[in-house]
Design a protein around this ligand. Structure first.
Ligand SMILES: Cc1ccc(Nc2c(-c3ccc(O)cc3)nc3c(C)cccn23)cc1
Length: 109
């Protein structure tokens, strides 16, 4: 059963993560990682289930999430992919932690 109120809140959180105010650290997460463009040919050897905010947005708009838990699982997958590929202390790793902190604060609201 879809719980509409909780799914509406997912849309509110997603819109915030996509907003310009976070663009300084959200840009690595806005679109699917392109291993050719980024010169990281080993990406798909390390990250088996890629995820990004544009894909989450498409799934949300397409009503593919049946619960907030499913939505959160994709958000966490996106960040955990980032931490797996980008070592602790690397710029993109730090951006992941910054954007995840934004998510965590809003999510626990
Ligand atoms: C050789 C190399 C090393 C690190 C990266 N990381 C990285 C990522 C990235 C995002 C999420 C993710 O799960 C994995 C990688 N996004 C970028 C961008 C937008 C610019 C520069 C580096 N970027 C790219 C190439």
């Amino acid at each position: 059963k879809k719980y509409d109120a909780e799914l509406k809140f997912c849309g509110v959180v997603l819109r915030d993560l996509l907003s310009k105010k976070h663009e300084a650290y959200s840009y690595p997460f806005l679109d699917p990682v392109d291993p050719v463009a980024l010169n990281c040919p080993n990406y798909f050897d390390i990250v088996k289930h890629p995820m990004d905010l544009s894909t989450i947005q498409k799934k949300y708009a397409g009503n593919e999430y049946d619960s907030a838990d499913e939505f959160e699982a994709d958000i966490r997958l996106m960040f955990n992919n980032c931490y797996k590929f980008n070592p602790e202390g690397a710029p993109v790793n730090l951006m992941g932690h910054r954007l995840e902190a934004v998510f965590d604060k809003k999510w626990q609201e």
